[in-house]
Ligand binder design. Structure first.
Ligand code: SAH
Length: 216
């Protein structure tokens, strides 16, 4: 997501320090004390403006959520939204400024119960495929961070990225538990929380692809 440079970005982010985590010296485990309650941990990678993680945290009080975003000017929008009203601020949601490539520096192997990838940048040129967040090297990081029985859930408008993801999963020996080319018309839509991009694309009539893989 490209944004015009935000004024006072650093100060605005600093004002959200209550819900931001710095990159730890020792990677977080499932028990790390960033949350008031010990609970299963899920991570959204590339949270954008944060609507999905905010809504998921509210809907699932017995799960602790991290939302990771690499672009500070986008992260600040998400974090300010979550800071919003102090009395309604979810205590099970924390934000991380970082790149998916640094995942092992944030999370110990097996720390996560679930990972969400929503509308990741498609990087359509063949020469850029290693930048796609579902390139095999990224998927390997995700599956290392997941515990056995944990899940990777992906949604994308981009049919090419979806096909590529299925190929990369197959290369690594993973078969999705389910997949659909039209999430909103499928049985898997029950309980679905729409992201900002998802609302835009589906309002424009685009089918939404989705898949769900479990780590054996
Ligand atoms: N998930 C949101 C935003 C999708 S746009 C939604 O569905 O509405 C993709 C987001 O991923 C952008 O905000 C972009 O900055 C972020 N992103 C891209 N590459 C990333 C990476 N390597 N690590 C972390 N975030 C990344």
């Amino acid at each position: 997501m490209r944004m015009r440079k935000k004024k006072h970005g650093a100060e605005r982010l600093a004002a959200c320090s209550a819900i931001l985590c710095e990159r730890p010296e020792v990677p977080f485990t499932g028990e790390s004390g960033n949350f008031p309650r010990v609970a299963p941990i899920r991570l959204e990678i590339g949270c954008g403006k944060g609507g999905f993680s905010c809504a998921m945290a509210e809907k699932n009080p017995n799960v602790n959520f991290y939302a990771m975003e690499k672009v500070s000017d986008v992260l600040v929008i998400a974090a300010e939204r979550a800071m919003g009203e102090a009395d309604r601020r979810p205590d099970n949601l924390r934000f991380l400024r970082g790149d998916a490539a640094t995942l092992p520096e944030w999370f110990a192997d097996g720390a996560l119960e679930g990972i969400y990838l929503n509308f990741s940048d498609p990087w359509p040129k063949a020469g850029h495929k290693k930048r796609r967040l579902t390139y095999r090297a990224f998927l390997t990081l995700y599956f290392n961070a997941l515990k056995a029985g944990g899940f990777l859930a992906l949604k994308t408008d981009n049919d090419g990225l979806f096909d590529f993801t299925l190929e990369e999963l197959e290369f690594l020996g993973y078969t999705p538990l389910w997949q659909t080319r039209d999430l909103h018309a499928s049985p898997y839509n029950e309980g679905n929380v729409m992201t900002e991009y998802e609302k835009q694309f589906s309002e424009a009539g685009k089918n939404i692809n989705a898949l769900y893989v479990i780590k054996p």
